[in-house]
Design a protein around this ligand. Structure first.
Ligand SMILES: Nc1ncnc2c1ncn2[C@@H]1O[C@H](COP(=O)(O)OP(=O)(O)OP(=O)(O)O)[C@@H](O)[C@H]1O
Length: 232
């Protein structure tokens, strides 16, 4: 179980994430939605301790996240931490660090995504770089998989492949969190949806419950659509 208790991270401009408490259970894919600047990346980075939080506690199976990085995959459009490695060298590195990393899976995924494995990662296109990160993330067999805006730079085929991977990867002992602006890409995959607005969780719904109540996720999200400005 991944648990956040009263977690706050405010930047100097007073934006970020405000006193957030939430738990995520294994066996579920949670979509984190919200418009630009609503706090999605801040939430994910706070979970991963990639930004220092101001207050609160994040725990994963009762322990701190830092103790368990080997079980966690973070897939982000920010790109690789190792831009001067080729995808092949990156795979060799990950195999040393992650006990459960499967080089076979990694190579198969790169092949499927048609990524050149010999070029330095920094010289690949943004979309190709993301494909390397996705291949690496899924081949680590991580128990906590966090994807931050994975779809923005992917072509339609790669999007479909990634969604299929998400479904394949979800096992009873895995937690998947995925942030996006676009509900279309994940609405048939997620079990739960969190809507952030202005640094706070405004909605936290299970899709099954929503369907049982005859409600529509898109209609719910429309509530948070910015009001159109009219000409004076
Ligand atoms: N490093 C930073 N320094 C100052 N303010 C920041 C920083 N990172 C984020 N913020 C602010 O915190 C708020 C939340 O940003 P965040 O990146 O978490 O939003 P987001 O929902 O991921 O947005 P987007 O959909 O545009 O990626 C924004 O108002 C942003 O300006």
């Amino acid at each position: 179980m991944l648990k956040l208790e009263q977690v706050s991270k405010l930047y100097r401009n007073n934006h970020g994430l405000q006193k957030t408490s939430i738990t995520f259970q294994e066996g579920q894919i949670t979509g984190i939605l919200g418009r630009n600047g609503s706090g999605k990346t801040t939430l994910l980075k706070a979970i991963l301790n990639l930004v220092p939080i101001d207050s609160g506690v994040v725990s994963y199976n009762g322990k701190s996240i830092e103790e368990q990085y080997a079980q966690i995959a973070f897939i982000s459009e920010d790109g690789s931490f190792f831009p001067y490695m080729s995808a092949e060298e990156y795979g060799n590195f990950l195999a040393m660090y992650y006990p459960s990393f499967s080089k076979d899976d990694y190579q198969k995924l790169l092949e499927q995504f048609e990524v050149d494995t010999t070029t330095h990662i920094r010289n690949l296109s943004k979309g190709q770089q993301l494909k390397v990160e996705i291949s690496a993330g899924f081949a680590t067999n991580a128990k906590l998989i966090i994807l931050d805006e994975p779809f923005t730079t992917l072509d339609i085929y790669a999007k479909e492949d990634t969604v299929r991977l998400l479904i394949e990867q979800l096992k009873d002992d895995v937690i998947i969190l995925i942030s996006t602006h676009n509900i279309e890409e994940i609405e048939n995959v997620i079990d739960r949806c969190i809507v952030l607005d202005n640094g706070s969780i405004k909605e936290d719904v299970f899709i099954d419950d929503l369907n049982k109540e005859g409600k529509d996720l898109r209609a719910l999200l429309d509530t948070y659509r910015p009001k159109a400005k009219t000409a004076p």
